[in-house]
Write a protein that binds this ligand. Structure first.
Ligand code: NDP
Length: 296
């Protein structure tokens, strides 16, 4: 392997450390403790693991964690009533509704009922619009984590050619907006893109957010490019269950200048950025200076 490994696990620990320092200062200087409310509807096993992990890390950085676990058959009216209560609770600075929601609940309606300034996932239509117009917003956690790692590795991203593979609302599109905001020349690729290998070969930065195991082989990667692999795919290999990304790590690492592994790359950054967004939301709510380096 010739590429530099971008260690998301270590980077996330650093971000959590910065968040914890800021939380301690908020408590000491202003008597304020940031609070994150996480709402889980139903018993999806993966969602339960995420929610537990979010709650644990929230407490570890010194913030208050409020967990609301609702039955799978909770009505939309009851869920909206809870969100309204959290919107009006001054101890809650961030609200996250764990997705996916059970089928009978309208995800867009639910997400858009969260007060935009408490929408620490950055999915509310107002935050999407603010990000798209280059204004201060809550930025979706996974793309924010990718941006932080890219800025840390490169310093300025200005003028670089970037390709984002995937156009989802939670990863691909906001990632592209963030790279554009940092003055990259951005291409968004998707399942209908013609000559994807050619498009990827032109890029100085490749962000893969597809959900297809090892779809991007090393020979698509330009020599020296930076590869950020968002994909989390569980596959069976040699009789074992393993996690792999959307990029074929072994061959890509021979050509890339820098690359994130899976696991241990983008994954750990997502919750770290959720905590960062919560402390940012708390500072904004109290008209206090935001922590530096933790926002877009
Ligand atoms: P979605 O399924 O919502 O989007 C996938 C995107 O990939 C779509 O835009 C789709 O194109 C595109 N795509 C599918 N097949 C191809 C192909 N053959 N060539 C080019 N593009 C293709 O996924 P998400 O954005 O939600 O997630 C992407 C991956 O990132 C998943 O593995 C997910 O698990 C992971 N993830 C990781 C997170 C983390 O914390 N590290 C957080 C969130 C997601 P089209 O629009 O045309 O269908």
């Amino acid at each position: 392997m010739t590429a530099t490994l971008i260690d998301g696990k270590a980077f996330a620990a650093k971000v959590r450390g910065q968040v914890a320092e800021h939380v301690a200062r908020l408590k000491q200087d202003h008597g304020i403790t940031p609070g994150l409310a996480v709402v889980l509807v139903g018993e999806d096993p993966a969602s339960q693991v995420y929610v537990r992990s979010k709650g644990k890390q929230t407490v570890e950085v010194g913030m208050n964690s409020f967990e609301h676990k609702l039955e799978a058959d909770t009505s939309e009216a009851d869920l909206l009533a809870l969100i309204d209560q959290l919107n009006n609770d001054p101890a809650v600075h961030g609200i996250l509704v764990q997705l996916p929601l059970p089928k009978h609940l309208d995800e867009d309606l639910v997400i858009n009922s969260i007060a935009p300034e408490k929408d620490v996932d950055g999915f509310h239509i107002s935050n999407v619009g603010l990000l798209g117009t280059g204004q201060k917003s809550m930025v979706p956690c996974t793309p924010l984590g990718c941006l932080m790692m890219l800025r840390d590795h490169h310093g300025s991203l200005s003028g670089m050619d970037a390709v984002v593979i995937g156009r989802s609302n939670i990863v691909g599109k906001p990632m592209a907006q963030l790279l554009l905001g940092d003055s990259c020349t951005v291409t968004i690729a998707h399942s209908r893109t013609k000559d994807l290998p050619d498009v990827v070969r032109r890029a100085d930065i490749v962000v893969a957010a597809v959900g297809r195991p090892e779809m991007v082989p090393g020979d698509w990667i330009k020599e020296g490019a930076t590869v950020i692999d968002v994909g989390i795919n569980r596959i069976e290999r040699d009789g074992k269950n393993v996690l792999v990304g959307d990029v074929d790590f072994a061959s890509a690492a021979e050509r890339a200048g820098a690359i994130t592994p899976v696991p241990g790359g983008v994954g750990p950054m997502t919750i770290a950025c959720l905590l960062a967004n919560t402390v940012t939301a708390c500072c904004r709510a109290n008209n206090l200076a935001e922590p530096e380096g933790l926002t877009a």
